[in-house]
Write a protein that binds this ligand. Structure first.
Ligand SMILES: Cc1cc2nc3c(=O)[nH]c(=O)nc-3n(C[C@H](O)[C@H](O)[C@H](O)COP(=O)(O)O)c2cc1C
Ligand code: SF4
Ligand code: SF4
Length: 437
């Protein structure tokens, strides 16, 4: 049985599945039940500074995107940080940590970008026995307009400054949570590292408007006829998050910096993908909000079964295993040639592959052969783009088959070269031509 125990920057938990800072972690009642269900750790809903708590809207705070089966694909929210009193949260955190010493309890914090504000809250948090802190530099709405959250996360110099304060004023490990609302995620990660962060976590939510009501012309969620942009999360954001995690994992300047992966994780497979791309553990929000706390049990058994089947003994065996396979486009092998192949036995003759290839790709799939409806790839036209694979409604009906080196590519009339060759040396590349001259 695979060993799922996790040690993330010295914070131990029985498995790598943490609940992200959000409604599932906003009070002891929730966190207690989450731990009972099996979650390895939680990042408590973000704490603000002492004094009157923030005020949330009193109407709808979520917008959504659904798949054709009404499954939730993307969730957008305009909720702020905790709207409960700081001391109530701290008291509950202390009690929960005492009740569950083997689970990770992280305090997420967002206070104004002033040294004193950070200096004052850190001892209060430390006193709860929390295992670490997460700096919320990601919230993209409401708080950012007050100079916090993403307003800090978008300025690398501020990130470095606040991380430095936190490292100075607490002994707890510091996890810096990054906003994806930035052009190059490596810059805030580098700044966090320069400030001395122990780890980064990402992604927080993405600026978004999910829909507009066409009767009232109000963006959703609508508060008395008006809407504001919110933070997008859930399965739809996973590809964006995975790329950002990989960017940090393979950046020579942040290489080796521990990463807590977040964004759309719903299944053990999603979690495994984040981990092989460099995450030391993962955090989950929308999946728990959609399916409840017990979803973690599927994640634990799924990850464990896969690791057993593949002979991976512990998390160190899988973390970062895919990072070296993430490449810049220019280094991809241009001598690798694949063609689509349709399995006639599973084809239901819907014609979607034909129309996609015919209208937007390379006119490489038949529609009729000898007057009979028949879908087949013409290898002399197929460029191997795999659009047909992605539009076919039958899984594995169309597969991509690589041509063996030495065989003929009927499209180009050339024999497949066994050697690796990329764009940097290709004769059509003006830079390569210049270098050769
Ligand atoms: C309603 C809601 C409230 C959230 N509140 C916080 C918060 O207080 N602090 C924080 O760091 N992230 C907050 N998040 C962001 C999540 O922690 C997480 O980064 C994001 O939802 C992406 O993960 P997911 O795709 O699994 O939901 C919130 C997300 C949602 C949906
Ligand atoms: S791989 Fe691309 S070019 Fe080839 S048949 Fe499919 S859609 Fe057409
Ligand atoms: S899309 Fe798939 S099922 Fe439909 S005709 Fe093409 S191969 Fe057959």
């Amino acid at each position: 049985m695979a060993d799922l125990r996790n040690n993330f920057v010295g914070i131990k938990s029985p498995n790598p599945f943490w609940l992200a800072s959000a409604p599932p972690t906003d009070k002891a009642y929730n966190v207690e039940r989450a731990f009972k269900a099996g979650w390895g750790g939680v990042v408590w809903k973000t704490l603000g500074e002492e004094g009157p708590p923030v005020v949330n809207v009193n109407g709808p705070r979520y917008g959504a995107i659904w798949g054709a089966d009404r499954r939730l694909l993307g969730l957008n929210n305009i909720e702020l940080i905790t709207d409960r009193d700081l001391y109530t949260n701290l008291r509950e955190m202390k009690q929960v940590k005492m009740n569950w010493p083997d689970r990770a309890l992280i305090a997420s914090i967002m206070v104004p970008c002033e040294e004193n504000a950070w200096k004052s809250i850190l001892p209060l948090v430390e006193e709860t026995g929390a295992d670490g802190i997460e700096l919320n530099f990601g919230c993209p709405h409401g708080m950012s307009e007050r100079g916090m959250g993403a307003a800090v996360g978008q300025v690398p110099e501020y990130i470095e400054m606040v991380v430095r304060w936190c490292k100075q004023y607490t002994r707890m490990p510091v996890i810096t949570k990054l906003t994806p609302n930035i052009a190059d995620i490596r810059k805030p990660a580098r700044a966090a590292k320069a400030g001395g962060t122990d780890a980064v976590s990402l992604i927080n939510t993405i600026n978004s408007i999910t829909s507009v009501n066409l009767d009232t012309f109000s963006p959703e969620p609508s508060i008395n006829g008006k809407g504001s942009h919110g933070g997008y999360c859930g399965p739809a954001v996973k590809p964006i998050a995975l790329n950002m995690v990989a960017e940090i994992a393979r950046d020579p300047e942040t290489y080796g910096l521990p990463i807590s992966g977040i964004g759309g994780i719903t299944t053990w497979r999603d979690a495994a993908e984040f981990m092989v791309l460099g995450s030391g553990n993962v955090q989950v929000c929308t999946a728990a909000m959609t399916y409840g706390f017990k979803i973690v049990q599927e994640m634990i058994t799924g990850l464990s079964d896969w690791m057993d089947a593949k002979g991976h003994r512990d998390l160190d065996d899988i973390c970062g295993r895919a990072v070296s396979n993430v490449s810049d486009w220019q280094y991809l092998n241009l001598n690798y040639i694949a063609k689509a192949k349709i399995d006639q036995d599973s084809c239901i003759k819907c014609g979607r592959c034909h129309i996609a290839c015919e209208d937007t790709s390379h006119q490489a799939i038949t529609q009729f052969v000898d007057g009979v409806r028949h879908f087949e790839v013409m290898e002399d036209e197929c460029v191997g783009c795999n659009l047909c694979v992605n539009v076919c409604p039958v899984q594995d009906c169309i597969t991509m088959v690589a041509l063996e080196p030495g065989t003929l590519d009927e499209r180009t009339g050339k024999v497949v070269d066994p050697n690796y060759a990329n764009w940097t040396t290709h004769p059509n590349n003006p830079m390569a031509r210049q270098a050769a001259e």
